[in-house]
Ligand binder design. Structure first.
Ligand SMILES: Nc1ncnc2c1ncn2[C@@H]1O[C@H](COP(=O)(O)OP(=O)(O)OP(=O)(O)O)[C@@H](O)[C@H]1O
Ligand SMILES: O=C(O)c1ccc[n+]([C@@H]2O[C@H](COP(=O)([O-])O)[C@@H](O)[C@H]2O)c1
Length: 201
């Protein structure tokens, strides 16, 4: 394993939560705890993104976002990383291709909030993402209907795992995705930025 990269054992179930984290907030921590429990994960790695390819606005510096994310998420089961910057990847499909090759035998699950499922079909190589790893989608206010309505969800309706079987997701044959409902948090980074509560720059 490359120096500085998190350690993972064969057979471990590891959720990957990619995000701008500009800034990280309790909503991220909440969905991380839910994902650990609902999908039966051993660990979650936060992938603090060098920059979302679909967002025009550049985020606060990586070091600032990493530092702040580590303050928000203090859980021994969660690793806050800048892996994409280290790998030199920006698109999720590339990141997952690299991670699945670097960590053979690890059961990765891509995690995302329901807002991202709504536009998932605009991600580069989104079908390849579904071929590489199972995807766990966590409810987010305002996106209640997304599991039935999003284009990607409709095209891959046959690959949807019932929420009652969410713990099987890490081992499910690809393509597989699962949408879980839970008590929701309405926190967002954009609201924090708009309120002036983030001095990331
Ligand atoms: N309150 C929340 N509930 C559910 N999912 C969330 C929540 N906040 C963030 N997420 C998810 O966490 C991941 C990273 O989110 P991100 O860092 O973009 O934060 P954000 O609050 O969505 O930011 P912004 O408001 O700038 O879009 C995404 O998959 C997003 O859907
Ligand atoms: O690969 C893509 O085309 C792509 C397009 C949009 C978003 N993503 C990823 O989705 C994750 C969530 O992004 P964000 O900005 O909503 O936090 C983050 O890891 C992004 O790199 C990836």
């Amino acid at each position: 394993m490359r120096q500085g990269f998190p350690i993972a054992m064969r057979g471990q179930r590891i959720g990957l939560l990619g995000g701008s984290f500009d800034p990280a907030h309790e909503g991220h921590a909440h969905i991380t705890r839910e994902a650990l429990r609902r999908f039966g994960l051993d660990r979650v790695w936060w992938l603090v993104s060098p920059g979302n390819p679909l967002k025009a606005r550049g985020p606060a510096p990586m070091a600032t976002r990493l530092r702040q994310a580590r303050r928000v998420m203090r859980d021994p089961k969660v690793v806050v990383s800048g892996l994409e910057a280290e790998l030199g990847t920006r698109h999720t499909a590339q990141t997952l291709a690299r991670l699945t090759a670097l960590y053979p035998g690890v059961q990765f699950v891509w995690l995302m909030g329901a807002d991202n499922l709504a536009q998932f079909d605009r991600w580069e190589g989104w079908r390849r993402i579904l071929a590489l790893v199972p995807v766990g989608v966590l409810a987010r206010p305002g996106h209640r209907m997304v599991a039935g309505q999003a284009r990607a969800a409709r095209i891959f309706a046959h690959a949807r795992l019932d929420a009652g079987r969410a713990r099987l997701l890490p081992f499910a044959r690809r393509p597989a995705w699962c949408f879980v409902q839970m008590p929701m948090s309405d926190l967002s980074s954009s609201a924090i930025r708009a309120g002036g509560g983030w001095r990331g720059r």
